[in-house]
Design a protein around this ligand. Structure first.
Ligand SMILES: [Zn+2]
Ligand SMILES: [Zn+2]
Length: 242
């Protein structure tokens, strides 16, 4: 079963990242792991089972085909969001170790399972022409060393045989964390942040690691729609509860 990720000592962290342990479960170190997770830990991942039909906001009860209040009052410029997990333990810790510490081993099981999830969810008619990773400001990318959205998009692109357009949208400036702002502030905070600098196909999927308030993917989808995209999906590993 899953051990706490947060209390992992540096020593255990090193063991997990040691290539000699590459075949073990990243959360409990069981040797019986497939793509980095054992069967019990995989079964314990917080699936986003009940969610808004459009933006995948987690819901507390089964609600087939229902949309959340925000999507009803202000429909987003994308048609649907495919997000398999909730941003909760241990998915939050796994994404954090991947994103902030560059430990790709923690993302490996999520990427593999996300690829399989998409293969099941995507009807041939719903396949996007291109994947568009959520762009990162150049300074943040330089500080972090990589853009996790680009990394995720490249994995999924190879897994599903869909091209990735990593340079067709640019992020012009850094913004305050959306979560710290009210609704009006969130919208003005993102004014002019994204700029299209390439040809945008008709059917695209925006790829990101985590969707929090949804305002960022809305802003990105808006500039893609203005540039000619007519069917836009959002693909992300995890969605924060509302
Ligand atoms: Zn395990
Ligand atoms: Zn919604």
């Amino acid at each position: 079963m899953i051990n706490g990720l947060n209390p992992l000592s540096t020593f255990v962290g090193k063991m997990v990242n040691n290539e000699a342990r590459a075949g073990r479960c990243v959360t409990c170190l069981s040797p019986r792991a497939s793509h980095g997770l054992c069967r019990d830990c995989r079964a314990d991942l917080p699936r986003n089972r009940w969610h808004c039909a459009t933006c995948a906001l987690p819901m507390a009860f089964p609600s087939p085909g229902m949309c959340c209040g925000e999507c009803q009052s202000s429909p987003p410029p994308f048609s649907r969001a495919l997000i398999p997990w909730r941003y909760q333990f241990p998915v939050d810790g796994m994404i954090g170790r991947y994103k902030y510490h560059g430990h790709r081993k923690f993302a490996r099981p999520l990427l593999n399972d996300f690829g399989e999830f998409l293969k099941q969810e995507l009807a041939p008619a719903n396949r996007p022409d291109t994947l568009i990773p959520a762009p990162m400001h150049w300074l943040r990318r330089w500080q972090r060393g990589f853009n996790q959205a680009q990394d995720i998009a490249e994995y999924l692109g190879a897994h599903l045989d869909i091209p990735v357009a990593g340079r067709s949208v640019r992020r012009n400036r850094r913004v305050k964390a959306q979560r710290s702002l009210g609704r009006a502030g969130r919208l003005t905070n993102l004014d002019g942040v994204f700029e299209v600098c390439g040809q945008i196909p008709h059917r695209v999927a925006i790829v990101d690691d985590v969707v929090t308030t949804g305002a960022t993917v809305r802003a990105l989808a808006r500039v893609l729609a203005d540039a000619g995209a007519c069917e836009i999906q959002v693909w992300a590993l995890a969605r924060t509860p509302g």
